[in-house]
Ligand binder design. Structure first.
Ligand code: ZN
Ligand code: ZN
Length: 345
């Protein structure tokens, strides 16, 4: 999003260090008030996919012709680079799908620091592919606010079924055997879930987002456009109800895990699980994400970074190093066997 400076007409960008918007031409700083707030609304208060009026009016949605990603841009932002694939084939699209934004987690460091953090982490990772990121600079870093629903959901479940686990034992003649043990289980299980985060856009996968979690929701502030100058906004293409369903799936999976733990088992043979979701609350929040892209040998690489903590998502692997390690381990094993055979003669 873009805004012009009151003093000179230059372009403003949000600077986490200055806690305000800085003009890139005259250097003026316009402080932004941080109003800390992360109250969650009940589902009844849910304003059915209604948008923040002012924001919706100043935004238009665009689609990348190359990778299909959607982004939101302001009226004044004429052309830009797709943050997901780096191509410049961004065309205007009709769809607009913005919901009332409750809160925002502002970026805590700028692009230059993001690049520094990225390079530092990359250098420490032995198996990461360093070659493809050799020539990157600040232009390879883009900041984007991801859309997410953050849920608090209390659950009460009743369950019955059969769980199992396997254990090994030694027979009288010294042989090791494994056996599966079955357990009839039933009971009640209550758990309150906090801050279940569901990505409301399909450009960044849920799993990808989880790879840079957690976010510190304690420093969430009331949504204000001022935090967004110089940053892009992800396009929200998932409906509230489908995000609720995703949250419930995440919760159900966790309940199953908790139940297995509770009964000391490792596998579910049969299970009837009835879960009531009580006191469901949510907050529609913008999360700070840096995308680091690079192109090498006609292939595009993208790594995501948590714009609040600097945590990096999955890095592309250096296949040669991975291969050499596997080869080395194999040689060690073969060497070990040969030595054993030699000495046990
Ligand atoms: Zn200025
Ligand atoms: Zn693209």
């Amino acid at each position: 999003m873009l805004k012009n400076c009151e003093n000179c007409g230059g372009q403003l960008h949000f600077s986490p260090k200055d806690k305000g918007n800085v003009c890139s031409s005259c250097g003026s700083v316009f402080p932004v008030q941080y109003n800390y707030s992360f109250n969650k609304k009940t589902f009844d208060e849910h304003t059915m996919d209604q948008s923040t009026d002012e924001l919706a009016n100043s935004l238009r949605s665009f689609k990348c012709k190359s990778c299909g990603a959607n982004v939101m841009l302001t009226k004044f932002q004429m052309q830009t680079v797709c943050p997901y694939c780096g191509n410049t084939t961004i065309v205007k699209s009709k769809s607009k799908n913005l919901l009332y934004i409750d809160s925002i987690l502002p970026f805590t460091f700028g692009k230059a620091d993001a690049l520094k953090k990225f390079k530092n982490t990359l250098n420490k990772k032995f198996y990461a592919n360093k070659k493809v990121f050799k020539k990157i600079d600040e232009n390879n870093v883009s900041g984007i606010y991801a859309n997410a629903f953050v849920f608090d959901i209390s659950t009460a479940s009743t369950y019955s079924g059969v769980f199992s686990y396997t254990a090994s034992y030694r027979t009288r003649d010294g042989k090791v055997r494994t056996k599966t043990y079955y357990k009839d289980v039933s009971g009640i299980f209550d758990k309150a879930y906090k801050n279940i985060t569901v990505e409301a856009n399909s450009n960044i996968e849920q799993e990808e987002l989880y790879s840079v979690m957690p976010f510190e929701y304690g420093s969430a502030v009331e949504f204000k456009e001022d935090f967004m100058y110089g940053y892009m906004l992800e396009y929200k293409d998932k409906m509230f109800n489908s995000c609720v369903a995703t949250a419930e799936t995440i919760i159900k999976e966790d309940i199953k895990k908790q139940l297995l733990n509770k009964h000391g088992c490792t596998k579910i043979e049969r299970l009837t699980l009835n879960t009531d979701y009580i006191d469901r609350r949510y907050n529609y929040c913008l999360l700070p994400i840096y995308l680091i892209t690079s192109e090498a040998k006609n292939k595009r690489y993208k790594v995501i970074m948590n714009g609040q903590t600097g945590k990096l998502g999955k890095l592309p692997k250096d296949k040669v190093r991975v291969f050499l390690t596997i080869l080395f381990v194999c040689l060690l094993i073969v060497g070990g066997i040969l030595l054993y055979m030699y000495f046990s003669k």
